[in-house]
Every structure is written in C-alpha cells, then in structure tokens.
Design a protein around this ligand. Sequence first.
Ligand code: ATP
Ligand code: FE2
Length: 331
Amino acid sequence: MICLGIEGTAHSIGVGVVKDVKGKCKVLSNLIKTYKPEKGGIHPREAANHHGLHIAALIRDSVQQAAVNISAVDLVSFSQGPGLGPCLRTVATAARALSLSLEKPLIGVNHCVAHLEIGRGTIHECTDPVLLYVSGANTQVIAFAEGKYRVFGETLDVGIGNCLDKFGRTLGLEFPCGPRIEQLSERGTLYLPLPYSIKGMDIAFSGLLTSAEEYVRKGHPVEDVCYSLQETSFAMLTEVTERAMAHTEKQEVLLGGGVASNQRLRIMVETMATARGASFFVPRKELCVDNGAMIAWLGLVMYASGVRMSLDESVINQRFRTDMVEVTWRD
Ligand code: ATP
Ligand code: FE2
C-alpha cells in the first residue's frame, strides 16, 4: 500500500509518499518547505498563505521523486491537528481535493502521534518507546499505556523550541535560533544558575527564559548563557522523560521534533537511557522535524487497521489532544 501524506500544522508544509514493506515504513519521498517570518514570530495567516502557495508543486514533486504514478497512491492523509487553524484548514482542503480527484480514501491524523509512529515505523528495534517530543510549539512526553497514547508530562507554557527561538531573538539571531544557540553553548565555560521548573510531571520554561535574558542584559557572555540555558532546560526534559519511563516501565526512549537535532540533548537523554539499561533512538533529521512522511505513515497504519474517515469527519481540530486518538493498530 502507498500513502501520500500532507503535513502543515505550523511553519512547515511537507508532502511525503511512503510504502508499507512487511509492516515497516519505506519512505519514497519527503519534501518540506518552511515559512520563515521576516521578523518576529509566526503569523498563522501568512504561514497558511505560504503553504497554499507551495502545496500543489510539493505534491507533484514528491510523487515524481517517489517514482510512482499518482494513480498508484492508495490513500491520502493529512495532519488534522493540533496546530494553527489557518494552516490546518489549508492542508485539509488540499488533502480533500486530492482525495476526491484521485477517488482514493482520506484520513486525518494526529500530528503528535505521527512523530511517535514514524520512529516505530522506520527504526527496526523501536517498538514501544517513550517519546520525548521537542519542537517549536510542542514539548510532550508521550507513551502508549492502557490502549491509548497518553501525555505523561508537557510544557505548561511555551515549547522548548519557542523558548530557544525567543531567547535567540533577543540576541539578534536568525530564526530558527536553536542550531545557533547550540553552537554558542559549545563555547560556554561557566554555568549560570537558572530556575529549574518541574511541577509534578510538567515543566515550565518562561521563568528560565526571563532569567537568561536578564543575564544577557547584565553583560554575561552569551556563550555562557546559551550553555546554561541548554543544560538547565535539557536536564528538565530528561528528568521528566526518565520519570515517565520508570512509571510505564518502558525500555525504549525515542526523540522527535526539531530540537531532537541538538547533540547535547541527545547525549543527555542517551546517558539517562543507558544508565537505566534502556535503548535510545532518534530518527534521521528529516523524519524528526514536521514532515509529510510521518503523516503518510500514520495514515497508512490507521487505514490498514480498519479506520475510515468520511468528509464530514475530516474537519480540523486545532486542539487535537494526543489521548483523543483511538488507537486501533496496537494491542
Ligand atoms: P511543531 O508544530 O511540531 O511544534 P515546528 O514547526 O515548531 O513544529 P520543528 O521543525 O519540529 O517545528 O522544530 C523547529 C524548532 O527546532 C525550532 O524552534 C528550532 O529552533 C529548533 N531546533 C532546530 N535545530 C535545533 C538544534 N540543533 N538545537 C536546538 N533546537 C533546534
Ligand atoms: Fe511537530
């Protein structure tokens, strides 16, 4: 079975084509275009316009790159939520139109669950992980428990990526700022204390962000502040992930989201996993960021397990929670 998936919950519009090979995911193509605001944060309407502008060409190119005929596509899937309303509506409209014109079924999928399933689908040994999902807008620890994907911990304010981007903006760095902050932090030598904020299983970044900005205003070297910001925020993420692993008794941890590219975060989470005798996995970069292949794969898995969706049911859901998904494809 071949599925074409369209992602477009936030900055990125992506189209991927995947194929099922003995229960695992073969990515045939996975094209992404990212909207970059000229200054400041993301404007939902502008991001949606960006997606609308590129979507037709991305569909054409991804089918071409997959070296399949468009008629060989058996299923169309799209990111139904959570995300920004205008972006989600643009993508859903394109997916419906494609499904109708190809006369192929349509399935809307949960974006967060797709980040987890692409790990299970593409990494052979990854079967039942705790996912640390760290992107711009999202920061969640997700695992399968009692028949559902459940959120064991999450940010109470901004996502870790947004926190890094906001901090980077005060330094005058270009968006996305995470990679540049990572480089700067490698030259940091002095740890500056920052608020370590874990409440129950949840975390908060805004206090940390304010304190980091304060250090910069007071003239501390930006390298030290970047280093301290990474060490503190990543330690919080690692702690909550470890607690979820202990609670669920799972032996695998998976990273997902754009911040999963960060080498320091990888080392911290891997060190924790190794100390627990657990396995550590991170998908390749283009499958970690928001991408169409993960949407295609989850659509395919859902369809294969018997899920069907009418046009009426394909309305977007900006607040589509992870635990609202009925998981029909796992025991
Ligand atoms: P979502 O809708 O899932 O929240 P998003 O559009 O914000 O997604 P992703 O592509 O998953 O996107 O992630 C982008 C984020 O990842 C940005 O905030 C960026 O700064 C951050 N990022 C990218 N590379 C690194 C890195 N090496 N270190 C830290 N952060 C990084
Ligand atoms: Fe994402």
